[in-house]
Ligand binder design. Structure first.
Ligand SMILES: [Zn+2]
Length: 120
């Protein structure tokens, strides 16, 4: 016999759900960076060819691809930084950034030792 009125989710479940969403967004942004840079660079080169001519667009192809990749890189960097500064649900300090170092592959909070995915 169970009752929904007495059910309480584990105290950190919302925090882990948020962390999972951030990690998925990070990987989505990294994938978009790799998949989006080349097509948008080629599109930018086509536009530049129409505006500035073929010789100019061929001579500046590398710069155009870099310019096209910059927004994708900024988008990926935003999500990477969001994951990097994500706060521990127990101590509320950055989970991966300690006082003197950062470990972005840590399986526990570098400040209080809470295991990743721990429910309490
Ligand atoms: Zn902590």
């Amino acid at each position: 016999m169970t009752s929904n009125a007495t059910y309480r989710p584990p105290p950190y479940s919302d925090a882990w759900r948020e962390y999972r969403m951030l990690v998925r967004s990070k990987w989505r942004a990294v994938l978009l960076f790799f998949l989006g840079t080349l097509p948008s660079g080629l599109l930018l080169q086509l536009v530049a060819r129409g505006v500035f001519g073929r010789d100019w667009s061929e001579a500046h192809r590398d710069i155009l691809i870099l310019l096209a990749g910059a927004p994708w890189l900024a988008y990926a960097g935003y999500w990477l930084s969001r994951v990097g500064v994500w706060r521990c649900p127990r101590c509320e300090k950055p989970f991966f950034v300690g006082r003197w170092y950062a470990d972005h592959f840590s399986r526990h909070c570098v400040n209080c030792g809470l295991q990743k995915w721990s429910e309490s």
